[in-house]
Design a protein around this ligand. Structure first.
Ligand code: ADP
Ligand code: MN
Ligand code: MN
Ligand code: MN
Length: 333
């Protein structure tokens, strides 16, 4: 094959939650994806009078949908003078990762999401309500599981793209699922979360289903969708005391973190449905009602990592991982 398709993917300027955009460039096999551009006036990233923005490739992987030599090209957005665009949260994440590189920060993110068909979750009956929550989490059978074909396709695609997908499971609410990416450094985990999200939307598209990261897709007695963020540093992988120190540092900066953990966070962190309230802070061993949970095997081993349960499914991983590195590694210095 002489030519390949490079799918340029970027994060737009939609408020309050950014969306993914992508377009295709045809390139000659053997050449790397070059810098490209787009119309920022159509993505809330530039005024119409001066609409050009720059796409700078930052993470390239095989395109598991088109196969062969085709590629996915995650880009950061730059201004025309090559400075980072106001919507580019990746640069600050890199700066924090480099500043605190000695601490060896690792992240594993549990990305939850919900399939929708029309105006209701996949599996929701046309009239009335489905059976209440209880049997759907890690369930099996046509009365409990909806969208497994899409989930399997997405998982295979993540593996074929070379992403560090660590697992998948059906979630507590009907039509809700989770996959995990990591453990990797802050920038690598975040890049891969964004690419995996794009793959999820793209693959669900072929099934005429939408995947949403809405943190509270159904009001009432239904679980929201989060992005539990598992985090460790070298110190924490060696000592339980360091895990506690990191928890305390996160508690001291509760408000700062709340502002950056995803739009609509107060709707999800109600204190119900395996969450701590957004305006309270707690950490505990194996406690799924705490802001931060220390997994039981880390309690037994007296070392390991913590799980920040607060980030919403719709959070920006560049923001969340940067803040956690700054807050926790800052406390270790
Ligand atoms: P849960 O019990 O909360 O559902 P999961 O198995 O879904 O947990 O997710 C745990 C995540 O923690 C995985 O993505 C895994 O890669 C990640 N993880 C494991 N060890 C570490 C570590 N030392 N530092 C950061 N993340 C880690
Ligand atoms: Mn999980
Ligand atoms: Mn989960
Ligand atoms: Mn979890």
């Amino acid at each position: 094959m002489v030519k390949y398709k490079a799918e340029y993917i970027w994060i737009d300027g939609s408020q309050p939650t950014a969306k993914l955009r992508s377009k295709t460039k045809i390139l000659t096999v053997g050449t790397e994806p070059p810098v490209w551009g787009f119309d920022g006036s159509s993505t809330n990233q530039a005024p119409g009078s001066s609409s050009d923005c720059v796409l700078n490739p930052v993470f390239v992987c095989p395109d598991p949908i088109r196969g062969e030599e085709h590629k996915l090209v995650l880009c950061e957005v730059l201004n025309l003078d090559m400075s980072p665009h106001a919507t580019n949260a990746r640069r600050a994440c890199i700066e924090a990762a480099e500043r605190f590189a000695d601490h060896g920060s690792l992240f594993g993110i549990e990305q939850e999401y919900t399939f929708f068909q029309g105006n209701r979750p996949l599996g929701w009956p046309e009239t009335g309500f489905p059976a209440p929550q209880g049997g759907y989490y890690c369930g099996v059978g046509a009365d409990e599981i909806f969208g497994r074909d899409i989930v399997e396709d997405h998982t295979d695609a993540c593996i074929a793209a070379g992403l560090a997908i660590a697992g998948i499971n059906a979630e507590v609410m009907i039509g809700q699922w989770e996959y995990q990416i990591g453990p990797l450094g802050p920038v690598e985990t975040s890049d891969q979360i964004w690419v995996s999200r794009w793959l999820l939307y793209r693959i669900a598209e072929d099934y005429n289903v939408t995947a949403t990261l809405n943190p509270k897709p159904v009001q009432g007695d239904w679980n929201g969708a989060g992005a539990h963020t598992n985090f460790s540093t070298r110190e924490m992988r060696e000592s339980y005391d360091a895990i506690i120190k990191a928890c305390e540092a996160l508690g001291a900066k509760r408000e700062l973190h709340m502002e950056s953990y995803g739009a609509g966070i107060k709707d999800r962190l109600t204190g119900e449905h395996e969450t701590q309230r957004w305006d309270e802070f707690s950490f505990g061993d194996s406690d799924r009602g705490a802001s931060i949970r220390i997994p039981w095997h880390c309690v037994v081993d007296r070392k390991g990592y913590l799980e920040d349960r607060r980030p919403n499914a719709n959070m920006d991983p560049y923001l969340v991982t940067r803040l956690m590195v700054e807050t926790c590694c800052g406390a270790f210095e």
